[in-house]
Design a protein around this ligand. Structure first.
Ligand SMILES: Nc1ncnc2c1ncn2[C@@H]1O[C@H](COP(=O)(O)OP(=O)(O)O)[C@@H](O)[C@H]1O
Ligand SMILES: Nc1ccn([C@@H]2O[C@H](COP(=O)(O)O)[C@@H](O)[C@H]2O)c(=O)n1
Length: 272
């Protein structure tokens, strides 16, 4: 997620997540929400609004009940030839092959197992992940995973308990992307427009837009759609309240894999 603070700085290794038995919430299956949509549709902003409305942004990262992760953290390492292309805006970052699908899957499975995770920190200026830093994701009750292709890979798509698609028209998205890429991602105008015409727009039509059909909720106009955001927030509040009620009435028990298909509170059913 753009601008998300780094909660801890340590060396990232591709071994994925590490278990931390000391944390609150450890071992609990979080409610996993996928948030897809075209570039600059407002995915990060929608997630931020949800976090704000749930009073999460001022909390210490380790204390948050709701956390957000960006698929952009999982861009794969490029070869030196690909790096050269990327510097000129000639690499296709909007194709599914640009992502490390296996690392996404492993990380989300670890998150669903209630483990503490370390995810790569991505730098758009160098088109690569940091060699020395990573972001710590602490076990939480609700995890938002946002990105252009979060519903593309079937195995990953299957993991979500709820799927949202942020639907913002392409003129608005381009108008937002140009200044963002110039100001925040170190690009120049010509490069942004060439990349958009050659890769971003065609890949949106081929890979991202067709995944809208998998969404449970489509959010037209993104973060401007306060009614849709409030409905989603209310659904999350209900989930959190149900979980507290269940914990007050049930004896402590390990996470049951069967919750994925036979949930105690009915919130984990998926239509797709
Ligand atoms: N509803 C909105 N109105 C105005 N600007 C917005 C709105 N939503 C997002 N933006 C801006 O557009 C850019 C892209 O938004 P972002 O949420 O990062 O999109 P995404 O995560 O889909 O790429 C950012 O600069 C953001 O501040
Ligand atoms: N090195 C990179 C990596 C990604 N991109 C572009 O980012 C877009 C996805 O991020 P959003 O926040 O816009 O969803 C995607 O369209 C890639 O083209 C990039 O330019 N450089």
């Amino acid at each position: 997620m753009a601008g998300q603070p780094v909660s801890e700085v340590r060396k990232f290794s591709e071994t994925g997540c590490r278990f931390n038995g000391k944390l609150n919430g450890e071992g609990k299956t979080p409610f996993l929400i996928g948030v897809a949509g075209g570039t600059a549709s407002g995915k990060s902003t929608v997630c931020k609004r949800i976090m704000e409305k749930l009073g999460q942004v001022d909390k210490d990262h380790a204390e948050r009940q709701v956390v957000c992760i960006s698929q952009d953290s999982f861009y794969r390492e490029l070869t030196s030839a690909e790096k050269g292309k990327a510097e000129k805006g000639q690499f296709n970052f909007d194709h599914p092959d640009a992502f490390n699908e296996e690392l996404i899957l492993r990380t989300l499975k670890d998150i669903l197992a209630g483990k503490k995770c370390e995810i790569p920190l991505y730098d758009y200026r160098t088109n690569s992940r940091s060699e020395t830093q990573f972001q710590t994701i602490y076990p939480a009750d609700v995890v938002l995973f946002e990105g252009i292709l979060v519903f593309f890979f079937p195995e990953i798509r299957e993991l979500f308990h709820m799927k949202l698609f942020v639907d913002t028209d392409s003129d608005t998205r381009l108008a937002r992307r140009v200044p963002r890429d110039i100001n925040e991602r170190g690009r120049d105008l010509e490069q942004v427009l060439n990349q958009y015409m050659n890769f971003v727009k065609p890949a949106f039509e081929e890979f991202c837009s067709p995944t809208k059909k998998y969404a449970d909720v489509i959010i037209p106009r993104g973060a401007d759609n306060t009614v849709a955001i409030e409905l989603i927030v209310q659904h999350i509040r209900d989930f959190l309240n149900n979980r507290v009620r269940k914990e007050e009435t049930l004896p402590p028990s390990p996470v049951h894999a069967s919750w994925r298909t036979n949930p105690p509170d009915g919130h984990f059913t998926r239509p797709h």
